[in-house]
Design a protein around this ligand. Structure first.
Ligand SMILES: [Zn+2]
Length: 181
């Protein structure tokens, strides 16, 4: 790959001979790939300068170079996720259109109302039962309720954490690799 020669010239810390400088300049005008590489390199250097960090001369170039595939992969993962989110949105939208088109909403509202009515009856019954229980054994139902709620929330948190971890796993690993370097 001829790109590699230019990339080496871009990140070298030694001053380039004029001949190489001219060749590099000409190549950057025609090659988007190397131009992107060059701009990323400039941005990284600027970021380091702005944050008042010294550029560690020898190690920095190598670390930057070796973390490039990782950063590209992370960018790729981000794009994939965006595309997925977009597809899901389109899917939801299509579903919504289908539902509206077929008057399904009215059926759902009817079903929902009957569910709510049943729920209210159930809650009323439950509350009166709980009232009876409270009169008989005042501490046990509350204690049991707290435990059941606790287990439920622990379960919920576990699910949320698992999903979140799955989604961010790739990025997390990429980050780890950069740190190790
Ligand atoms: Zn190139």
């Amino acid at each position: 790959m001829r790109h590699n020669q230019y990339k080496t010239w871009i990140i070298t810390e030694q001053p380039l001979p004029l001949k190489h400088k001219k060749a590099l300049k000409a190549h950057l005008e025609t090659c988007q790939h190397c131009k992107k590489y060059y701009l990323t390199w400039l941005a990284t250097k600027q970021l380091l300068n702005n944050s008042h960090l010294q550029i560690p001369s020898a190690g920095f170039t190598n670390r930057w170079k070796s973390s490039l595939p990782v950063r590209e992969e992370r960018e790729h993962a981000r794009q994939t996720r965006n595309r997925l989110a977009f597809l899901i949105m389109i899917g939801l939208l299509a579903n919504l259109l289908y539902i509206i088109r077929n008057n399904l909403i009215l059926h759902w509202i009817a079903a929902g109302l009957s569910v709510i009515t049943n729920l209210l009856v159930f809650i009323t019954k439950g509350l009166s039962n709980i009232g009876d229980l409270l009169n008989q054994t005042p501490t046990i139902p509350i204690f049991a309720g707290v435990i059941v709620l606790g287990i439920f929330f622990a379960f919920l948190v576990t699910i949320i954490f698992t999903v979140w971890h799955r989604l961010s796993n790739k990025e997390y690993h990429a980050y780890e690799i950069i740190i190790e370097d």
